[in-house]
Write a protein that binds this ligand. Structure first.
Ligand code: M6R
Length: 607
């Protein structure tokens, strides 16, 4: 996720508005900042690693003259935070400047093609390829609009692109596929931005660019065209009635709720992993004598789900362990043949980095899954994958959990293929289901949110919750319980359901709420037994089950129904969403701030 702001003005300096706009978008990313301005037909680009305020001051960006310009605040996805990777990216003649939010899936093949044609690349980003492709097209007489359309038709992936060029120094071109871009017009000019808060000081009449559309901005306003056939699109503007504070959260009352709702998008991005790194990581996993999955908090629950995925799909035994226990438990036995796969949203968690240090000292191979390019984890791991969730601001991890399980699922499937553990038909079916997950998550949220709010109201005064699941759903239960515990402070337990009768069942009495996670699959008949055990001791049963699952519905007091056809192995990614919403609404009903729970920090960088 990155922040984009562009403007064409009648009066005033564009950089002043770009600076303000980027500051309002800083929540979208903040590792590098850059601006391109055209003045007297000359393009000037200033950019560097660092937060907006730092870069604007150190590069004296506010001194840049000009009435047309674009700016970018970056959240790295390809290439570490560094001056050369900061946007805008330019072609070789510095006539075209490109900024981008998203991930270009086919950039490596396009980059190879451009290199063969003699282009020299200055960065390690996926974005730069667009500047070179445009430069190549501009060698014909097709014009900038034609060049844009031709290039966009070749790009696969998610993007909001904004292009400034001395070929047409009074225009800004932009395009969208799955990454947001909003257009607006005021008396003083025309604007584009990643999000409404950046436009609100100038106009509350906006037009959201849609997937597959390109827009041409000029002082006269904007023209929207379809990328597929170049035809013009007429669409009325929309009036925004949000306050500036609400606008920053896109109308949601809290970042946590916004991030829960962002999951269909973050999961779609999580499906766009770089094939060659996925391949590399799975090769390491395949070669190791033993594989440890090391992480803390929510990331540990992803590892727990991962251990079932590796076992069930790829027949690989792995050892999930919380980072703070790694050294005590395995520190003296890990060695040169051990693989340590670490998972960390921030890439900066102290306990995880400590485990990594130790593993490296013992010559083990350290691999990583993280959300943060340029984090310590990405510097010390032998190889890593970026989970592509975008920045998460709420302290409670939500979209980063589902993205991590999405990445681990793809690793397990790739490994299953390498090791010949699944047939091609099975692999194809899992792959198809994996691609349906973002839609299933969307459907779950849309259909169930009101019902979950009502369930939170009914459970408002509960003093204890018990979360139970079997197999991979025990990871979902643990994560559902962590969400509830950290933001509502209500005491709660989570257990593998089969284990509950070995102790925890003693606390069950009349009226205690037991939350059961029950997807269809191998564990279904066992979970029925566990529900009966709890029900016969007076527990109230709240089940998350498949739509039309009459066996579970008959035994439960309340149910949340999930879409049909989700394979049990992939179920945590979808089945966690009602539990995230339940925790969120309960916290809000209790008058608590779910974004900033007491005693917690987003990233725990201390021992
Ligand atoms: O950045 P990391 O993934 O390494 O962070 C690990 C935990 O601190 C984190 O998941 C924490 O448990 C969250 N607050 C959970 O919502």
């Amino acid at each position: 996720m990155c922040g984009i702001f562009g403007c064409i003005l009648r009066e005033g300096q564009a950089v002043k508005l770009i600076n303000d706009g980027l500051k309002r978008l800083e929540y979208r990313g903040y590792d590098s900042t850059g601006v391109a301005i055209i003045n007297n037909n000359q393009m000037e680009v200033r950019k560097d690693k660092g937060r907006i305020e730092e870069v604007i001051t150190s590069l004296r960006i506010l001194d840049m003259p000009g009435k047309i310009g674009v700016g970018h605040t970056r959240w790295a996805t390809h290439g570490a935070p560094a001056m050369e990777n900061a946007h805008p990216h330019t072609d070789e003649s510095d006539s075209i400047a490109v900024i981008h939010n998203g991930v270009i899936e086919n950039y490596l093949e396009l980059k190879d093609e451009m290199i063969e044609k003699g282009h020299i690349f200055k960065s390690r980003t996926d974005t730069e390829v667009l500047a070179h492709l445009l430069e190549e097209e501009m060698k014909t007489d097709i014009g900038l609009q034609g060049a844009m359309l031709r290039v966009l038709r070749r790009i696969k992936g998610s993007y909001a692109f904004v292009v400034l060029s001395t070929y047409e120094p009074d225009k800004i071109y932009c395009a969208r596929n799955e990454s947001p871009l909003v257009l607006g017009v005021s008396e003083n000019g025309t604007f584009c931005a990643s999000d409404v808060p950046a436009l609100l000081p100038y106009t509350n009449q906006v037009n959201y660019l849609r997937n597959g559309e390109m827009a041409v901005l000029s002082l006269e306003g904007y023209k929207i065209v379809k990328i597929s056939d170049g035809s013009e699109v007429e669409r009325p503007t929309q009036e925004i009635t949000w306050s500036p504070e609400m606008a920053e959260k896109q109308g949601y009352t809290h970042y946590m709720l916004k991030e829960i709702h962002e999951q269909p998008t973050s999961l779609r991005n999580g499906l766009r992993l770089q094939e060659r790194y996925l391949e590399l990581l799975t090769q390491f996993l395949d070669r190791g004598k033993e594989v440890f999955l090391v992480a803390a908090g929510t990331s540990f629950h992803s590892c727990l789900a991962g251990s079932y995925l590796f076992s069930k799909l790829a027949r690989l035994t792995t050892f999930p362990v919380v980072s703070s226990e790694f050294m005590e438990r395995y520190g003296s036995t890990v060695g040169i043949d051990s693989i340590i796969l670490t998972v960390s949203q921030s890439g900066e968690t102290y306990d995880t980095l400590k485990a990594i240090d130790h593993a490296r000292m013992r010559a083990s191979t350290v691999l990583g899954v993280t959300n943060t390019v340029g984090s310590t984890l990405t510097r010390v791991a032998r190889a890593y994958l970026i989970q592509q969730s975008g920045p998460e601001i709420g302290v409670a991890a939500t979209k980063t959990f589902t993205s991590q399980v999405m990445v681990l699922s793809q690793m397990a499937l790739k490994l299953a293929k390498t090791r010949g553990k699944l047939s091609q038909d099975e692999l194809d079916e899992y792959d198809q289901k994996l691609h349906m997950i973002p839609d299933w998550v969307e459907e779950t949220i849309t259909k169930n949110e009101e019902r979950i709010k009502q369930l939170a109201e009914e459970n408002m005064n509960e003093e204890l919750f018990v979360f139970l699941g079997r197999g991979i759903s025990s990871a979902t239960a643990l994560e559902g319980r962590l969400k509830l515990l950290e933001i509502t402070y209500v005491p709660s337990l989570a257990y593998p359901a089969g284990e509950s009768k070995h102790g925890p069942i003693s606390i069950i009495e009349e009226g205690v709420t037991c939350v059961f996670v029950c997807p269809r699959g191998e564990t279904h008949s066992h979970i029925i037994g566990s529900i009966m055990e709890m029900k016969s001791r007076g527990a109230k049963i709240l089940s998350i089950c498949e739509e039309g699952d009459e066996d579970i519905k008959r035994l439960s007091d309340k149910v949340v129904e999930m879409p049909k056809g989700i394979p049990e192995e992939l179920s945590p990614i979808v089945y966690i969403t009602p539990l995230q919403l339940f925790a969120y609404h309960l916290a809000v009903l209790k008058g608590l701030d779910p974004d900033m729970p007491r005693n917690l920090a987003k990233s725990v960088t201390v021992p």
